[in-house]
Design a protein around this ligand. Structure first.
Ligand code: UTP
Length: 613
């Protein structure tokens, strides 16, 4: 029979009675749990012979929780105790730090330096790997499916995952064309999933032939949840529905670093000569419009970490990128949550707190949680930390004594906290882009979005879709197309600008220079129009569009589209989010597209063509 040497006296008798059921490894785990003050987990265990399989399953879970956390459960519980004590004491994590504005690059779409950075970025893209964090529950959105399966826009119905994959493939192709002679390298694409999203993400990929990517190019890394904590002593919480289970909750997107490290992928990439890792989130349909220039900034400025950012209004509910300098000399450039930035500024000599500068924006750029990290220094750092990210705990206390919680809590970590452990010599910067170009996530359900104070972004499915049309319209305007002003409309209680519904496949234009090269002469697009360009070599020349125009062409077909296109087009019709007869992905945006009339042409043979109706 297995025994627990040395600590038998402390062991809960229920556990002792059951020891004979356990393997030597499980006995070690039991010893560890008891040693860490977790004997209560066995309080209601019956005699051997009763529910033995459940008892073994309990230890399977403990083994998983132990293996998936850097330093194991011992480390988890120790850190939890420290953080819970700090939280109880009301300790400010920024004590001793003074904030200042870090240095970074501020870009304007289509300007000369933007174009240059884009070109540099596209060249670098073939030395990059992309990492999508898609393990979140999306509770605020409340969508029943996985978020990456939602349409980015409903004109084409392309889902986020397809859009991301096609954007990466377009960059891969563009990079290879720019670096003439270079062998096309398949850009690695990692998706971090969780138990909540894993199987549905895999199924979405498999049932769509990986949206054109080689299956070997895509890797899924599943994050594990972490143990919940019942009190300030970090006693692990028993699942209320199963006494043989420890209750678990998501640990946050910061897990991506330890997963990348432990998977061995970073080393494989490094050995293959890659230089960059780009991290992004599940529902920002604009992101890839900002990536080439931001990657160009990383390469030019040799940033170890580059955070993408947008101009931020003071007190806007978005974290600010901030340089923190400690009295003892430590410095870091880090995201400071908006509700922490104002008190921090006030406590450190800025009497007015978080206010706008003469530009009308806060001097602290708004973090959009898109990071570009240089691979070499990243590996060096993770070798030291094993990918562990500084965590936080956010218990909801029952009362001011802060002795008990309303419900169990857990440690959490955020992807953007990676720079917290970097040495002061690390080059950490940011790249600010126009908001319309870079950031329109889909996070909020219609009801909550409608309550967002006027002037603040809704971050809903409605605003996320409208942002695509706006960005494409503004981009074409900058390229010389006369695009009508938008109409104002209200969907699901949200007032939005409705621009012409212009969409294109990423390969039609990955950079401004590419988009501009495909627009010639005098082109105009009326507000009620829809334009869909599915092909790399489609050129607009003296086109006047008032209606719907859909062009699809293979890469070897060069199509010039001009003349006057007029038809009834595709109308936008209101839908109420409470109307259960309408599919959820339509309802949550508050409108559907009614395809009344269109000019639709497909070019499936190589050659040169001209469409001039
Ligand atoms: P969000 O802040 O959107 O969180 O995550 P969420 O959990 O998806 O949604 P809410 O807060 O419940 O409404 C930002 C990104 O991080 C990923 C999400 O999938 C999203 O891409 N994420 C979040 C993870 O990958 N794992 C997590 O544990 C949490």
């Amino acid at each position: 029979m297995a025994t627990i040497v040395g600590s038998t006296a402390d062991i809960n008798s229920n556990l002792r009675n059951n020891l004979s059921l356990l393997s030597p490894d499980q006995v070690e785990l039991a010893k560890m749990l008891v040693g860490m003050g977790q004997g209560h987990l066995f309080d209601s265990w019956p005699e051997p012979g009763v529910e033995d399989d459940d008892k073994r399953a309990f230890f399977d879970q403990v083994a998983r929780l132990n293996a998936s956390y850097p330093g194991g459960l011992v480390s988890y519980i120790k850190i939890a105790r420290e953080l819970l004590a700090d939280s109880k004491a009301g300790k400010n994590p920024f004590d001793g730090f003074t904030p200042s504005v870090p240095s970074g690059e501020v870009l304007s779409y289509g300007e000369d330096n933007f174009i240059q950075f884009e070109e540099t970025g596209v060249r670098q893209a073939q030395d990059a790997a992309f990492v999508l964090v898609a393990g979140g529950l999306g509770e605020r959105l409340g969508y029943n499916g996985i978020k990456v399966a939602l349409p980015v826009e409903s004109t084409t119905g392309t889902c986020f995952l397809q859009h991301y994959i096609e954007s990466i493939l377009a960059l891969q192709d563009a990079s290879c064309r720019l670096e003439q002679g270079a062998r096309e390298r398949a850009i690695p694409f990692v998706i971090m999933t969780s138990d909540d999203t894993h199987s549905r993400t895999l199924q979405l990929l498999e049932s769509n032939a990986y949206f054109g990517m080689q299956p070997t190019q895509v890797k899924l890394l599943k994050q594990e949840k972490v143990a919940c904590l019942d009190d300030n002593d970090a006693r692990l919480a028993v699942d209320p529905h199963n006494k043989y289970k420890i209750q678990t909750k998501p640990h946050g997107h910061g897990d991506v670093h330890s997963l990348l490290y432990s998977s061995g992928l970073l080393k494989t990439w490094h050995d293959a000569g890659l230089r960059w890792v780009l991290f992004f989130q599940d529902t920002n349909g604009l992101l890839f419009k900002a990536i080439p220039a931001a990657l160009g900034v990383s390469a030019t400025k040799r940033y170890h970490v580059n955070s993408l950012a947008v101009p931020r209004k003071a007190k806007e509910a978005i974290g600010g990128i901030t340089k923190l300098t400690h009295a003892d000399g430590r410095t870091m450039v880090i995201n400071v949550e908006y509700n922490q930035l104002d008190p921090l500024l006030r406590a450190t000599g800025y009497a007015d707190g978080d206010i706008n500068s003469e530009t009308g924006y806060s001097p602290f750029p708004g973090n959009i949680n898109q990071l570009i990290i240089e691979l070499g220094p990243y590996i060096e750092e993770l070798t030291k930390t094993r990918g562990a990210i500084k965590e936080f705990v956010n218990p909801k206390y029952k009362d001011s004594t802060k002795t008990s919680f309303k419900s169990s809590t857990r440690l959490e970590c955020m992807m953007q906290d990676y720079p917290k452990t970097l040495p002061p010599t690390a080059r950490v910067g940011f790249t600010v882009m126009d908001s319309w170009l870079a950031y329109a996530p889909v996070k909020n359900n219609p009801e909550d979005a409608a309550k967002v104070p006027k002037g603040n972004p809704y971050h809903s499915a409605t605003s996320g879709e409208m942002a695509i049309y706006r960005a494409n319209s503004l981009s074409l305007r900058k390229a010389g197309v006369q695009v009508d002003d938008p109409a104002e409309q209200v969907f699901n209680g949200q007032e939005v600008e409705v621009w012409p519904r212009i969409t294109w496949k990423p390969k039609w234009g990955t950079t401004f220079a590419e988009i501009k090269s495909k627009v010639n002469g005098s082109c105009s697009i009326a507000q009620k129009s829809t334009m869909v360009l599915k092909g790399r070599n489609i050129f607009l020349e003296d086109l006047s569009l008032d209606g719907a125009l859909i062009i699809e062409a293979i890469d070897d077909a060069e199509v010039k589209v001009g003349g006057s296109v007029q038809n009834k087009g595709w109308a936008i019709e209101n839908v109420d989010y409470r109307d259960a007869s309408v599919p959820e992905e339509v309802r949550i945006r508050g409108f559907r597209i009614n395809k009344l009339e269109q000019l639709e042409k497909t070019y499936s043979e190589p050659g040169k063509f001209s469409l001039n109706p």
